[in-house]
Write a protein that binds this ligand. Structure first.
Ligand SMILES: *Cc1c(COP(=O)(O)O)cnc(C)c1O
Length: 351
């Protein structure tokens, strides 16, 4: 373990999950009215669930301890064991969940290559198997908004609606992994209720860019969410006085959504600075939200990460020559400028 040098702050751009609750958020948590949520008696959890469902124009929502659990309870509620779920090749649900869907929903994935993690309805259509025995049954189509490994790209309503139309045509649900859905909404300016209506059911996350310590929600029709709630219980995710956590989420919804625009501006400014010095490293026009992927060129990503760690900047290596930077509420514009300049210098090939 590296001991942080006390004289320097650490600019942590590894992920937007590294944020710490602000003093205001901690106060809201301390003052939260709570009860036993398994008995349906936590008023703060209920208020959060109602607020979030209403925000997206949907009937119901259920709070889960993590984004993965929100996705897992939804896939379990929406599909049947043995079904096939279509998703993008690098989607979180297939790449980063330790095979959870194979165990919990007992589904298999059919992956389709997208464009920066975004699915295209025509390409998905071409990949679908015939809906006849003995082909594997299609269980759902799943899309990520924004895309994580796709660099924070936004599908947007048009693409989401055409995917929903295809799902409707095949009589299957359209599932959304909205871990960064608020980033998409801030970037696109689209209406939460219209985006919310494009999915059969979807998740959102409070502990990414919104800065809450814990929590995601699964959202949809009351009937689907009731089933998801039962699966949350079976998966061990039903919580008791979770109002303490829900209060952080409610605080984040009030104070940390509009400011996501700052994170996007900071990501863009990092991208511009890097591209100006190293045009092959990335195309800043592709940076739509708070994620920046950088090709480190002649220097290895591990080397750049090590150099920047010495200088108090934490970054994630995503490949031999690939770095990821994620902006969030604990890094301000100056910190992002400093990190970008240090990164530019660290990418210089050895003389
Ligand atoms: C982070 C993330 C998740 C999972 O969230 P956890 O709270 O870490 O379980 C799911 N999907 C996407 C796209 C994510 O970025």
């Amino acid at each position: 373990m590296r001991t942080p040098a006390p004289r320097e702050r650490v600019i942590d751009l590894r992920s937007d999950t590294v944020t710490r609750p602000t003093p205001g958020m901690r106060r809201a948590m301390a003052e939260a009215e709570v009860g036993d949520d398994v008995y349906g008696e936590d008023p703060t959890v209920r208020a959060l669930e109602d607020e979030v469902a209403g925000h997206f124009g949907r009937e119901a929502a259920v709070l889960t301890p993590s984004g993965i659990m929100a996705t897992q309870v939804l896939l379990r509620a929406l599909t049947r064991p043995g079904d096939e779920v279509v998703c993008e090749s690098d989607a979180h649900v297939v790449a980063y969940e330790a095979g959870a869907a194979a165990i919990n929903a007992q589904v298999q994935f059919r992956t389709v290559d997208g464009d920066r993690g975004r699915l295209d309805a025509d390409r998905v259509r071409a990949a679908l198997r015939p809906a006849t025995f003995p082909y594997t049954t299609l269980g759902a189509i799943s899309a990520e908004e924004t895309t994580n490994r796709g660099g924070g790209a936004v599908h947007g309503l048009d693409r989401l609606r055409s995917l929903r139309a295809l799902a409707d045509e095949r009589g299957v649900p359209f599932h959304g992994d909205g871990a960064r859905l608020w980033n998409a909404l801030i970037a696109s300016g689209e209406d939460p209720a219209e985006v919310g209506a494009s999915f059969t059911a979807f998740s959102v996350c409070l502990s990414k860019g919104l800065g809450a310590p814990v929590g995601s929600l699964a959202i949809g029709d009351a009937e689907v969410i009731e089933v998801a709630r039962a699966w949350r219980r079976r998966f061990g995710g039903a919580m008791r006085q979770a109002g303490v956590l829900a209060a952080a989420g409610r605080y984040a919804l009030e104070h940390h959504v509009d400011r996501l625009a700052d994170d996007h501006a900071n990501a863009r400014s990092i991208a511009d600075t890097i591209a100006e010095a190293w045009p092959e490293a990335l195309d800043p026009a592709t940076v739509a939200t708070n994620i920046v992927y950088v090709d480190t060129g002649a220097v290895s990503a591990a080397q750049v990460v090590a150099t920047l760690a010495e200088q108090g900047v934490a970054l994630g290596a995503m490949g031999d020559h690939l770095l990821r930077l994620v902006t969030h509420l604990d890094v301000d514009a100056q910190a992002c400028r400093d990190a970008a300049h240090l990164l530019v210098a660290a990418m210089a090939p050895p003389a």
